[in-house]
Design a binder for this molecule. Structure first.
Ligand code: AMP
Length: 276
């Protein structure tokens, strides 16, 4: 496994690769969710590239860029058995002095996470576009955990005719249902217990739908009631939207994305489920 820190070296190595290249962009502090993407990339590619870059442009002012957990040694040890190249650029390597470009995807970036975190997706699209240009993968792998991110990236790739395939893989969860996330490490034991309410509320939505409830108001109401039983949980939003356009639905139909952001103290967690 080669660990590369410069764009020039990454490009040079890329030119030597033959066959399909699988790429997994991450912000590090890896867990089984990331590893599931790397494993799939490994199974489908001749070469596997993983990037580790905590991207400052996707964090808003007052968000956790500075405190975002980092453990490069542990990340590299986890990747070693499955990865050919780890690309770990510095911030100035990616954003040198004078950097001043944007990639803006339209209305779908303004909803859900985009509404709560203005500018977030602009940071995501610019860094992912740059990484795609540098790594030139055949396929890039994203987690359903960040459902809107996957939709936005797909739209960017389609609209800009980027020459790669986007693969989205299921959310990996802890045994009690909590979606794995690097940010779970911020939770104290009480918050960690309370955080199971996200998945419980998503299961409640699924259960109601399976039993014939189609009013999104009714489902959202019951989810809200359940989450409010947890005094440590503070709801940012609960959305039931079309899984592709991300437009809010009045009536649940197949491929509805039920998604939410909930805060536990200063830790903001997201999760989702698709009803189909
Ligand atoms: P991050 O390091 O949080 O930027 O995540 C890197 C990639 O891993 C993104 O495509 C995420 O959607 C994906 N990912 C993060 N958590 C999970 C999870 N629990 N299950 C599946 N994929 C995940």
């Amino acid at each position: 496994m080669k660990v590369i820190e410069t764009i020039a070296e990454m490009r040079q190595l890329r030119q030597q690769l033959t066959g399909p290249v699988g790429f997994v962009p991450t912000m590090g502090y890896l867990h089984e969710g990331h590893i599931s993407l790397v494993r799939q990339a490994r199974a489908e590619s001749s070469s596997v590239v993983v990037s580790i870059f905590v991207n400052p442009t996707q964090f808003g002012p007052g968000e956790d860029f500075k405190s975002y957990p980092r453990d490069t040694q542990r990340d590299l040890a986890m990747l070693e058995p499955m990865t050919d190249i780890v690309f770990m650029p510095s911030t100035v390597e990616m954003y040198p002095d004078g950097f001043d470009s944007r990639v803006e995807v339209g209305s779908i970036t303004e909803r859900l996470e985009g509404a709560s975190r203005p500018g977030h997706f602009s940071g995501v699209t610019i860094v992912v576009a740059k990484l795609f240009n540098i790594v030139q993968p055949t396929r890039a792998y994203f987690g359903q955990k960040d459902a809107q991110q996957a939709v936005v990236i797909r739209k960017m790739v389609a609209d800009l005719n980027m020459n790669l395939e986007i693969v989205t893989l299921p959310t990996v969860r802890e045994p009690d249902g909590l979606a794995m996330s690097s940010r779970n490490t911020y939770l104290n034991p009480g918050q960690r217990r309370a955080a199971t309410v996200l998945y419980r509320s998503l299961k409640l939505a699924q259960e109601m739908w399976l039993q014939g409830e189609s009013s999104t108001d009714e489902i959202r109401h019951k989810m809200t009631e359940l989450i409010r039983e947890e005094p440590l949980a503070d709801i940012d939003y609960i959305s039931i939207a079309d899984a592709e356009t991300l437009e809010e639905l009045y009536t649940v139909r197949a491929k509805a994305l039920v998604s939410m952001a909930v805060k536990f103290g200063s830790t903001r967690l997201i999760d989702n489920i698709v009803l189909e």
